[in-house]
Design a protein around this ligand. Structure first.
Ligand code: PA5
Length: 454
């Protein structure tokens, strides 16, 4: 698409032997039905479809809270899964790399997602004595990992300040339900909403993902304008042949039923490294149900050329590959001329550009995969800025929803995640979860059978 500068090439994902392209075309009707299903679900406000309407939301409350947060030296963000991964993804793509280590990188940002006491304590040691805001993000307002860390950081902040710290707290949660909402109402701390129709892993373009990006200086209006642009582009192309998100969904669907149950996302850009993390949750939790779906695999070019490409080209033919290349990088590095005789064999590098080299490496990986007969989708970004990223985010949300529809599963629920949450509540002694605890303990005993101790 010309406006956002993103192009999608499917030549070697569908032009495979065995009439694969014809099978993609045969999905035309089903793909168009998926497009209507998405548009209709969003316009009737159905649960799960709210992500589709986020590009046009009113962001004045988010910008207001972001201005307030920008006055702090540090932000501790507690949240996990969809309440965290999108934040990291936006930061890494749009802020200078190593933001926290820059003298002018302020407020410093710390994500408390995994409740590992060693990490949690290290975050506290990093912010202790600094003017710190605590953000608690949970769509359900119940998740144990988030609630436990929220309670701990709040009590540490109270201990350090010798009084209440509700004025330094922002919660982002459901407008009505969950313990975070009742806390926000009682403490009268700042709060923002995640719309009820927006699921956790689809919430990056809501207050959940946008707030910290805005507070740290990213252009969130640009993100949303790019998402809106992509939405217009996809919505105006309900036919599979001209809609790259429907095409990706269809190709992914066919490969998953053809014995390729994995999908590798391999951007050639450090700024997109956490995009793969975000995608992995989006794709994995959305399509992995009822025994179908494909497992997302995160990779990073060129690092994984020296780690995984051997397997990708010569191991089992069980994956679909998507390579994301960046044609123009904000920073380019020109290599020096090689004058030393001893370094003569490196003269081919003289005057070359590092970003250019990364581009050749991406193309080489695609070529190696094609030679091995492996299916490859190539996505090329002219450049990476807020609108392009917003467009890419919306593209993947759309493709994921459409893939779910083609697989005949509900891409917007997560029964497996909820099951794990119930077991944890039970094992932690939460009221009304005793039966879950008993079941979990019984099953866990089976997992611990046949132990060999070294
Ligand atoms: O996509 C989902 O719904 C989940 O993976 C959630 O993002 C994750 O479990 C965190 O949930 P919550 O935001 O309710 O704390």
């Amino acid at each position: 698409m010309s406006e956002l500068g993103i192009s999608y090439s499917f030549g070697c994902a569908s032009g495979l032997a065995g009439g694969f392209d014809n099978r993609v075309s045969a999905l035309s009707l089903a793909a168009s039905e998926a497009a209507s299903w998405i548009a209709d679900g969003a316009s009737s406000g159905e649960s799960g479809f709210g992500w589709y309407n986020l590009p046009e939301q009113d962001i004045s409350a988010i910008l207001d809270a972001a201005r307030w947060l920008a006055g702090y030296d540090a932000i501790v963000h507690v949240g996990i899964g969809g309440s965290a991964l999108g934040n990291l993804m936006l930061h890494q793509a749009l802020l200078p790399l190593y933001f926290n280590e820059r003298a002018n990188g302020k407020p410093k940002f710390y994500l408390a997602d995994n409740p590992d006491p060693e990490k949690v304590n290290a975050i506290w040691e990093s912010v202790r004595g600094k003017k710190t805001a605590l953000i608690g993000v949970s769509k359900s307002g119940a998740t144990a990992e988030t609630m436990s860390q929220f309670l701990w950081f709040r009590s540490k902040m109270e201990e350090a300040s010798g009084g209440k710290v509700d004025g330094d707290i922002l919660v982002i949660t459901d407008p009505a339900g969950g313990v975070f909402r009742s806390y926000a109402n009682a403490a009268e701390c700042r709060s923002l909403e995640i719309p009820p129709s927006v699921g956790g892993r689809f919430s990056v373009l809501s207050a959940c993902g946008l707030i910290t990006a805005a507070a740290l200086g990213a252009d969130i209006k640009g993100i949303l304008s790019g998402a809106a642009e992509m939405k217009r582009y996809l919505a105006s192309r309900p036919a599979l042949a001209e809609n790259p998100a429907l095409r990706l969904a269809s190709v992914s669907y066919l490969h998953s039923i053809d014995g390729r149950p994995m999908t590798v996302l391999m951007p050639y850009s450090n700024r997109l490294e956490t995009f793969s993390e975000w995608f992995a949750q989006l794709w994995g939790e959305s399509v992995g149900k009822d025994g179908v779906g494909s497992t997302p695999v995160r990779a990073l070019g060129a690092i994984d050329q020296h780690s995984q490409v051997q397997l990708y080209t010569a191991g089992p033919d069980d994956k679909l590959y998507t390579i994301i290349n960046l044609a123009r990088r904000e920073v380019e590095i020109e290599l020096p001329k090689v004058a030393d005789e001893s370094l003569g064999s490196l003269s081919y590098l003289s005057g070359q550009k590092l970003g250019g080299m990364l581009g050749y490496e991406a193309a080489s990986t695609a070529a190696a995969l094609v030679k091995a007969g492996r299916p490859v989708v190539w996505i090329e970004l002219d450049h990476l800025d807020a609108p392009t990223l917003g467009g890419l985010v919306f593209f993947y949300e759309y493709a994921t929803a459409a893939a779910g529809r083609l697989l005949r599963i509900n891409p917007f629920d997560q029964p497996g995640v909820e099951q794990g949450k119930r077991y944890t509540y039970g094992m932690m002694g939460r009221d009304a979860y005793k039966a879950d605890a008993d079941e979990a303990n019984e099953l866990f005993k089976r997992a611990r059978g046949n132990t060999i101790r070294a």
